[in-house]
Design a protein around this ligand. Sequence first.
Ligand SMILES: NC(=O)C1=CN([C@@H]2O[C@H](COP(=O)(O)OP(=O)(O)OC[C@H]3O[C@@H](n4cnc5c(N)ncnc54)[C@H](O)[C@@H]3O)[C@@H](O)[C@H]2O)C=CC1
Ligand SMILES: CC(C)CC(=O)C(=O)O
Ligand SMILES: [Mg+2]
Length: 354
Amino acid sequence: MFKIALVPGDGIGPDIIKQAVKVLKAIERPGEIEFEFTEVLAGGTAIDKTGHPLPKESLDICLASDAVLLGAVGGPKWDNLPGDIRPEQALLGLRKGLGVFANLRPAVLFPQLKKASPLKEEIIGEGIDVLVVRELIGGIYFGQRGRDGDRAYDTECYSVPEVERIARVAFDTARKRRRKVTSVDKANILESSRLWRETITHVAEQYPDVELNHMYVDNCAMQLIRNPHQFDVIVTSNMFGDILSDEASMLVGSLGMLPSASLGDTKRGFYEPIHGSAPDIAGQDKANPLATILSVAMMLRYSFDLTHQADMIERAVAQVLEDGYRTADIMENDMKLVGTDKMGDLVVEYLNRI
Ligand SMILES: NC(=O)C1=CN([C@@H]2O[C@H](COP(=O)(O)OP(=O)(O)OC[C@H]3O[C@@H](n4cnc5c(N)ncnc54)[C@H](O)[C@@H]3O)[C@@H](O)[C@H]2O)C=CC1
Ligand SMILES: CC(C)CC(=O)C(=O)O
Ligand SMILES: [Mg+2]
């Protein structure tokens, strides 16, 4: 029995989590593969009900689970609250509380979505496969911040051990891929980036079989579009990884296509699509649930060692796309437009056929 904590959150969060649960239920085999779901309150809805974005009980349930699946948190309703009680603090609190320091964000183009990518076909070539390894529980999102009269500040701080552990994840992962790591920083200006670069270079000595190069973040933002094939694994800080992965998602068609796995020192992982709560389409059956469904595949692979079932989910998604079904964000001429709920049903239908 695998215990899964579900954190639907706000906006489109509950709708996409519903589709993910359908898929997990389709994977269940009594006596063999069973899931126990516990719904957890976090984000804006938790503020409304309890006055706090992450009630202690919610974190405790996640800590007692084998994996956590989150939809998204936040929305305009809570935008004017003070920083410490905003919904987004629930997300940071969960990631930090679970100790998941390595956020893996794979930007892989399904061949069926070549036309949804804004890149020219000759740039896409055989396809796109870039993995962003983002440090998740340090850096500027967790640094000292505050107000001082008419000034405000946030601080970026990284220690050598923090950079070493994310570097090891990046190099170990690159060994299973195309053996290339690009470390992205802003070492021409930031001291924290200089420490980042020195530490990555030092760790790289233990991986002579993996090629390492360094790149400034502004250049990387441009190179991702100019020639994504130069990248295999990108390792970078919390904020740079946040921004570059949203950019990378468009190369493969949509923000609604990018899943993520956040891992720490144990097998318990935290899984979520990389997008937010999409308030502009919330409650309209328009959200693409595939990033969340693909996050479920990552959960099965990384936390439960159910590799075959993870592959099945990815094959079902590919087949649904092959047969021309599209949510609005990836819609093209001559394709069949479907909503969130129908897309979830289709993945389940195709899964049952495999
Ligand atoms: N992991 C999380 O919970 C995250 C939460 N947020 C929060 O979400 C709220 C909205 O933030 P935004 O900057 O608008 O980013 P967003 O990622 O929610 O939306 C950006 C754009 O992408 C579209 N989009 C996002 N997910 C989609 C999906 N699955 N299918 C189709 N279209 C999709 C939205 O409709 C919107 O036009 C804010 O409160 C923000 O703080 C933002 C990012 C991550
Ligand atoms: C609250 C933000 C740090 C969430 C976000 O944009 C992300 O993790 O991608
Ligand atoms: Mg983001």
